[in-house]
Ligand binder design. Structure first.
Ligand code: ZN
Length: 205
């Protein structure tokens, strides 16, 4: 899925010679529980659908949440990589990450708004705070005007499931597996995201 990978800028740093251990089995373990990230995402989707008074409104909610979550995930990815490099500072960094949530959400909210304006204007924008990153959402324009709900539902569930699994990884699994993130790179985290997204796609078939 192009849109999915576009949010990650390709790494310019050298990758480690030894590949980091795959995170995939943690996700396999998570989905065996009743609070599986995928089940939580489905519940969010139901709420979203219930609060929508029309297809158009549903579409707008989906679009907004997809972009917001995608942007939020990039912050997690950066944190994961830094935590892997400085695992002795993990607690301080996680505390800071939790403290900064309001500021982070404010920045992400602004950028989300810019992208939505861009999409609703059929890809026309004279300049905004997120201008350099509009290509990340360009592929959504056509689907948006076709009211391709299935497309957005899949993307929504993918993003929400990744978000929940990142939260579990960070707050539940990492404290008991301190070396979990050592050696993780943008590439290895992208692999993990793809693994989760593929799971969601299979579940929706
Ligand atoms: Zn712009």
């Amino acid at each position: 899925m192009q849109f999915f990978s576009h949010f990650l800028k390709s790494s310019t740093k050298e990758e480690n010679d030894v590949p980091a251990p795959s995170l995939n089995h943690f996700f396999d373990e998570m989905i065996s529980h009743s609070d599986s990230p995928f089940i939580l995402a489905i519940e969010d989707l139901k709420k979203l659908e219930e609060t929508s008074s029309s297809t158009q409104e549903y579409l707008e909610y989906l679009l907004e949440d997809i972009i917001f979550t995608s942007l939020h995930l990039t912050f997690y990815e950066k944190l994961f990589i830094v935590l892997g490099q400085h695992s002795h500072l993990a607690i301080e960094m996680m505390d800071k990450f939790s403290e900064d949530i309001k500021e982070r959400e404010f920045i992400i909210g602004q950028e989300t708004f810019c992208h939505i304006q861009y999409i609703e204007n059929h890809g026309i924008c004279q300049g905004c705070k997120a201008h350099d990153n509009h290509q990340d959402v360009f592929a959504l324009i056509e689907h948006y005007f076709n009211q391709d709900i299935d497309f957005f539902v899949q993307l929504y569930l993918g993003m929400q499931t990744i978000q929940y699994s990142f939260d579990k990884l960070l707050y539940d699994i990492l404290p008991e597996n301190e070396s979990l993130l050592v050696g993780q790179s943008e590439q290895s985290i992208l692999e993990y995201r793809k693994y989760i997204f593929n799971y969601v796609s299979r579940e929706l078939k």
